[in-house]
Design a protein. Structure first.
Ligand code: DX5
Ligand code: ZN
Length: 266
């Protein structure tokens, strides 16, 4: 099943709970939380207290904590305690990757592994049988709103083939630059968990003249559109062709499962 995984990185953090909930209402079924330490990646974001606060506000979806940090073993317990359900660690950050993945599982969370754009898939050969999912970075981690790196598509396809050949069950997630112009390609390559930050939440930035409900409507529209857009369609083209209006009407008529089936058929 294709699932949209909104990333809060592009949210207005003064309204974090409300924006995360709007993205979930729009069709997101997992919430992606980017944790950055200023060492493994050149940026700083959130820690366990923010995860715990969001958990109090959002009970119904799994929290997908993407740890872009050095020494993740030191923090896994705290993130599990805060409410993480899935915890992913970077292959590049883990000297003892097998041990770290088992540590995540020992805290009751689903373990996952991430690879940067420069890391080949075969670096994961020995852990694919113990992970819940593999996260393929399609940008260099650290920032939202970067350009999609097409090499990720080949890696996703390779993972699909390996999973089939070895009879494994890990899921495949993609993170970075997933938007209306790239979503169809990643779905066709075989990604099932589509992380999207900028494409879903950048529309929340305040703009003059907006009605109070405009933010919520835009998040709903964009989250849903990421699951239904045809290949090569751009945001502008969608606007011009009144695609948004049609999708809005369709949303009223159909339930969310129909939207997922449509994406799978792309
Ligand atoms: C980047 C983060 C991503 C980020 C993706 O290091 O891991 O989760 O939110 O953002 P977009 O969708 O804006 O590329
Ligand atoms: Zn991420």
């Amino acid at each position: 099943m294709i699932e949209l995984v909104p990333s809060i990185l592009s949210a207005n953090f003064a309204q974090l709970g409300a924006e995360a909930l709007a993205a979930i209402d729009g069709g997101g079924t997992v919430l992606h939380l980017d944790v950055m330490d200023g060492h493994f990646v050149p940026n700083l974001t959130i820690g366990p207290p923010v995860v715990a606060s969001l958990r109090k506000a959002i009970a119904k979806v799994p929290f997908d904590c993407h740890l872009m940090i050095e020494n993740p073993d030191d923090y896994i317990g705290a993130f599990a305690e805060a409410g993480a359900n899935w915890i992913s660690v970077h292959q590049e950050a883990c000297v003892h990757l097998n041990r770290t993945l088992h540590l995540i599982a020992s805290h009751g969370c689903e373990p996952a592994v991430v690879i940067n754009p420069a890391t080949p898939v075969h670096m994961l050969d020995e852990v694919l049988d113990i992970v819940h999912h593999v996260l393929v970075m399609s940008v260099n981690p650290g920032f939202g709103a970067q350009k999609f790196i097409p090499g990720a598509l080949r890696k996703i396809e390779t993972l699909v083939q390996i999973r089939e050949r070895r009879g494994l069950s890990f899921r495949i997630e993609v993170d970075g630059g997933v938007d209306l112009t790239t979503v169809s390609d990643v779905v066709r390559a075989g990604a099932e968990l589509l992380v999207a930050g900028n494409a879903v939440l950048s529309c929340c930035k305040p703009r003059a003249g907006r009605r109070p409900c405009a933010l919520r409507l835009n998040v709903l529209e964009l989250t849903s559109l990421l699951l239904v857009v045809p290949r090569q369609t751009t945001v502008d083209e969608i606007g011009r062709s009144r695609h948004i209006v049609r999708v809005r009407r369709r949303q009223k008529r159909r339930n969310r499962c129909d939207i997922f089936r449509f994406a799978e058929a792309l």
